[in-house]
Design a protein around this ligand. Structure first.
Ligand code: KG4
Ligand code: ZN
Length: 339
């Protein structure tokens, strides 16, 4: 028998609801919060308030565009963490009320696990191939940078992670230094297409094992700009595209070096990308080129499933539903959450 799951995502600044029937996506609605733009970053209190405003209309829209009614939903999955506590509380509280009113089960989902499991989501109009277990996934987002060995749907091992900033933070913080709006990652990506990636060189970290570090790159970028601006106060304006391209190349080089090393050491045949930074066109191209030519099967999510969305929460909820892993009404959100 088919299972219909409603997924809810509210961990940061996107309010999203999605409906799936088994592993097929029926709807995925995302309300972005523009309120943070003028602050140059996400303001937690404003995020919670915007979630509170958005959540009911977003859920209504997700159910309506799936051509279903509330009574068709078998279970509701939600992001328990990690994320901003105030934002997570809105989603969690909504889900408790919804589950009680509909007399259905709740399923708690780890946001990071969900970014990875989006690879198992199918669109109704096309069948896409999925990675085989075990595979190695580079999970790169605004808050996390991890190399994850995925042994099964709900069996994942983090083999490396950043010891300071995440890759998305490196994009966003350096973009801010260049005067670009928040979040800066997509702006750097766009500018980089017109720039010379080999024009400038920035420091790369020397870190053990499969771990990452991005705070040194940010400092190197900051000092470089400061020195150049002393000589030419128009330096950023005159070199923005080359700066973006050189920065992006450096971030991609850092990410790929450990990814390639870990893929070889763990002898996996399938590799995958996930998380907001996997929307980066330079990273997507570099991963495809590097791994395809070495005989790996490479999986990169569609653009709409790279950044935060509830479809990934719903598909993760499905695998937990199959295992009978349900949450109780006293469940609380977690700002930090491991898997
Ligand atoms: O996964 P996500 O939506 O939220 C978190 O869970 O953090 O990731 C957001 C991050 C931001 O740092 C944003 O700048 C970055 O993903 N990002 C990009 C691109 N699109 C989003 N970074 C580089 N290039 C992009 N095209
Ligand atoms: Zn995310």
């Amino acid at each position: 028998m088919s299972v219909i799951i409603l997924g809810i995502e509210s961990s940061c600044d996107d309010t999203s609801a999605a409906v799936i029937k088994d592993n097929i996506l029926l709807s995925n609605i995302i309300a972005n919060q523009n309120v943070h733009k003028s602050y140059g970053g996400v303001v937690p209190e404003l995020a919670s308030r915007a979630h509170q405003q958005n959540i009911i209309p977003v859920v209504d829209e997700a159910i309506r565009s799936a051509n279903l009614s509330r009574d068709d939903i078998d279970a509701v999955a939600f992001t328990r963490g990690p994320g901003l506590l105030g934002s997570l509380l809105v989603g969690t509280s909504f889900v408790k009320g919804f589950a009680l009113a509909q007399n259905i089960k709740m399923i708690e989902v780890n946001h990071l696990q969900a970014h990875i499991l989006v690879h198992f989501l199918q669109q109704s109009d096309s069948v896409s191939s999925m990675p085989d277990f075990p595979f190695l996934c580079l999970l790169v987002s605004g808050g996390h940078t991890q190399l994850v060995l995925v042994k099964d749907f709900l069996d994942m091992e983090i083999i490396g992670s950043t010891i300071d900033d995440a890759a998305g933070e490196a994009f966003d913080k350096c973009a801010k230094l260049m005067g670009l709006p928040y979040p800066g990652g997509p702006h750097v990506d766009k500018l980089a297409k017109k720039g010379d990636a080999w024009r400038f060189n920035f420091n790369k970290p020397k870190i053990d094992d499969y771990n990452y570090s991005f705070s040194g790159l940010k400092t190197s970028f900051l000092y470089f700009l400061r020195d150049q601006l002393k000589k030419d106060d128009q330096f950023i304006d005159n070199n923005r595209a080359d700066l973006a391209a050189s920065l992006q190349r450096t971030i991609i080089d850092i990410l790929l070096q450990k990814f390639i090393m870990a893929a070889k050491d763990y002898k996996v045949k399938h590799i995958a990308l996930a998380g907001g930074v996997s929307a980066n066109s330079g990273l997507r191209e570099a991963v495809l080129k590097t791994f395809d030519k070495s005989g790996y099967s490479t999986y990169i999510p569609e653009f709409s499933f790279t950044t935060d969305n509830a479809a990934m929460i719903a598909i993760t909820g499905l695998y937990k539903y199959y295992k009978g892993q349900f949450a109780d009404q006293d469940v609380t959100p977690l700002a930090r959450m491991h898997f």
